[in-house]
Design a protein around this ligand. Structure first.
Ligand SMILES: [Zn+2]
Length: 364
């Protein structure tokens, strides 16, 4: 197998970065009308800025509504609107699901894609993947496209004013990157782009962990004061760029495999991707029988920033063994990410690891 590394063509992050949309497009040679997919909150926040910036540069644009779920139906509807109105570029602005819907629509129309995350809540913006959910929010599959985004434009002025919970969830997602990449590198399993991890991807995963552990607590305190400090900027980069490249070109394993299986349990639905992944990391470390110092370091961080470390804190219960058994069975289905671990993982091992992680989380 070859080594493969993928990334967005260009990543621009900073305070007020939305104002540089037109110049960034010009720099990349992106021309013509822009279809902007976003939900109502982000539209309210940024539509005036888009109008001004794109208007001054004489770039046409139109808004495409988003209904809240990245489902096959939502992607088809967005694609239809974009095709009907005619666009040369697709831009998605918002959280993971709106970005994934816009990405899928752009890919199927073979149009360039600009990704504008307004929360630093997941590892998805820089990737070439869209996670597909059913209309009811149950994980179905992910689609992998040939191209990563042409541009990822991260406006930290918007992110610092957004919901703190999403930023915390992004750290939970980013916490998993290094452990999953290490598992794939050890097992020799492919990353998400069909190759082995490069040195670059491996080092990006390590840098992601160092940044989260080193700056995460400070960045969270800064965000609570709505201050986009250097620590905050670094963690936004870790959540968005490092975690994104790290998972896609490093690989995924138990933590995300468990996340995917957990989405089938209704109790977990109110929880964000990164929150479920954070508990997935605790289970991941238990499955791998990692040293207690490492487990305590990761768990201590989660506790400090308010990420879930118990079953109860992600809507599950150690008493509900039927649901935990179902999740364990789903996690080890053929083709599941958990099989990227460097050893065989059984449903029983997942079940026991979930209980062990929960016991540790409860301090027992
Ligand atoms: Zn993730």
């Amino acid at each position: 197998m070859h080594t493969v590394f993928a990334s967005a063509c260009r990543y621009t992050q900073g305070h007020g970065a939305t104002a540089s949309l037109a110049s960034e497009m010009r720099f990349l040679g992106l021309e013509g009308s822009v279809a902007i997919l976003s939900g109502p909150t982000v539209r309210g926040l940024l539509s005036e800025c888009w109008e001004q910036v794109l208007g001054e540069a004489d770039i046409g644009h139109f808004l495409v509504p988003f209904n809240g779920e990245c489902s096959r139906a939502a992607i088809a509807a967005a694609k239809e609107t974009i095709r009907e109105q005619g666009a040369s570029v697709v831009l998605g602005a918002g959280g993971g699901k709106v970005l994934d819907t816009a990405r899928a629509a752009a890919a199927s129309l073979q149009l360039p894609f600009i990704c504008c995350p307004t929360v630093a809540s997941t590892d998805s913006p820089c990737s070439a993947l869209s996670v597909i959910y059913s209309e009811d929010g149950v994980y179905e599959d992910f689609d992998s496209f040939g191209r990563n985004p042409d541009l990822v434009l991260v406006d930290t002025e918007v992110i610092v004013g957004g919901p703190v919970r999403y930023f915390i969830a992004g750290m939970g997602d980013a916490l998993s990157t290094v452990f999953e990449a290490r598992a794939c590198i050890k097992s020799g399993h492919s990353n998400l782009r069909g190759g082995l991890a490069t040195i670059a991807a491996s080092e990006i995963g390590e840098a992601c962990y160092r940044t989260i552990m080193g700056c995460g607590r400070e960045a969270l305190a800064d965000m609570r004061r709505q201050q986009a400090t250097p620590a905050f900027e670094r963690v936004v980069e870790a959540n968005t760029l490092l975690s994104g490249i790290g998972f896609e070109s490093g690989g995924l394993a138990a933590a995300h495999g468990l996340h995917n299986a957990m989405t089938a349990a209704e109790g977990t639905h109110p929880f964000l991707h990164g929150e479920k992944v954070a508990f997935g990391v605790m289970v991941h470390l238990a499955i791998e029988k990692q040293p207690v110092e490492l487990v305590e370091q990761a768990m201590g961080f989660c506790r400090d920033v308010g990420l879930p470390v118990t079953l109860e804190s992600i809507g599950l219960s150690s008493d509900d063994t039927a649901t935990l058994r179902t999740i364990s069975e789903l996690a080890v289905q053929p083709g599941g990410l958990i099989h990227n671990e460097p050893f065989d993982v059984s449903a029983e091992a997942v079940f026991q690891a979930m209980l062990e992680a929960d016991r540790r989380g409860r301090g027992m």
